[in-house]
Design a protein around this ligand. Structure first.
Ligand SMILES: [Zn+2]
Length: 346
């Protein structure tokens, strides 16, 4: 069954390529025979990034510089002085885009003791009070055996999120309100995700996990402040800057949200980066939102990112092109996501 399916797919793919080749070869000839095209005035000094409607103003090089900067601070586990410096950099940048930045400091009990953590939120007010969250964790995993700088795991998603925030802020007032959220303490302190647990004074029989400290706290705060209902969708960036970018479909994520984003990616030429294979993540910063009933999407490359949680997760693994593929796709998907949310509210 699988073999037949694969062969059919290959056949279809081959015919598609032949068709595309035909179009590519014939199209210039058609243009030659078309008088109106020769009369068209040329547009010197035009900025192709703004003229090409299939791309956004997301600047891959700017996003990459944010990744470089974070890596230069060194390993950035929750509670470290290096993470404090990274946070200062992120906040300064967000403020320079004209966004209102708030920080939420809290203390979490971890297997290594009490840790101070800080979630950062930059707000872009929209016509509606309804909110779309776009998030990334900005801490890196703690390893005592080696220096872990998390260029892709923590760095890339944070850099891309900062650049998405800049692009949206420059566009003017959106239909929905945006919260760009930088989560602290996503990573487990113990070696593996589920190796350790933390005491839960409120419910001693159900110890707390050693991961997702920031996002779990964020959702708890939303519930406390009675703001959960405002949040209509959550999009998470995590490890999406690898130079060989292949983003599979995370199986936990909300289907309609994933469908809009994947379709958009294909329409604007990123079908190599957004693939249809599955990506089994299991748990990530979107999970507390999903559990609270909020549609959420994780954009992540986990299973095929070989340097994951090794000393080799360094800047040379990340590319500006990959950052731009995700940045463009999200910026161009957002109006469609807003439209879908608003159409359900009417
Ligand atoms: Zn990680």
């Amino acid at each position: 069954m699988t073999i037949v399916n694969t062969t059919l797919k290959q056949l279809l793919r081959t015919s598609f390529h032949s068709l595309m080749l035909g179009i590519v070869l014939v199209f210039p000839l058609l243009l030659l025979g078309c008088p109106s095209s020769t009369n068209k005035p040329s547009e010197p000094n035009s900025d192709t990034s703004t003229n090409d409607s299939s791309k956004s103003n997301f600047d891959g090089d700017r996003a990459f510089e944010h990744v470089r900067k974070q890596v230069e601070f060194g390993p950035r586990p929750a509670g470290s002085a290096e993470l404090e410096k990274a946070r200062g950099y992120i906040i300064d940048q967000l403020k320079s885009y004209g966004l209102k930045v708030t920080t939420d400091e809290f203390h979490a009990m971890t297997p290594l003791g009490d840790r101070r953590m800080v979630n950062v939120t930059a707000e872009l007010p929209g016509e509606s009070n309804d909110v779309i969250i776009i998030g990334s964790h900005y801490d890196t995993k703690y390893f005592k055996e080696f220096k872990f700088v998390g260029a892709n795991d923590g760095g890339a998603s944070t850099g891309a999120l900062m650049e998405v925030a800049r692009v949206l802020a420059a566009k003017g007032k959106p239909k929905l309100t945006y919260w760009f959220v930088f989560f602290d303490g996503e990573e487990a302190f113990c070696k593996n995700w589920d190796d350790c647990h933390n005491p839960n004074p409120a419910d001693p029989k159900n110890p707390l996990p050693d991961n997702l400290y920031g996002s779990r706290h964020y959702v708890a705060q939303l519930i406390d402040k009675n703001e959960l209902k405002r949040v209509r969708a959550m999009i998470l960036f995590d490890m999406m800057g690898y130079k060989n970018l292949h983003l599979g479909r995370d199986e936990l994520s909300t289907t309609w949200l994933q469908e809009i984003v994947w379709q958009t990616a294909k329409q604007i030429g990123y079908s190599q980066q957004f693939i249809d294979g599955p990506e089994g993540v299991g748990d990530d910063d979107h999970a507390p939102f999903l559990r609270a009933g909020i549609p959420a999407l994780d954009i992540i490359q986990l299973s095929t990112y070989e340097p994951w949680h090794t000393k080799d997760d360094t800047l040379d693994k990340v590319s500006a092109k990959s950052l731009k593929a995700v940045g463009d796709t999200i910026v161009i998907s957002l109006p469609k996501i807003e439209e879908r949310i608003l159409s359900r509210s009417r």
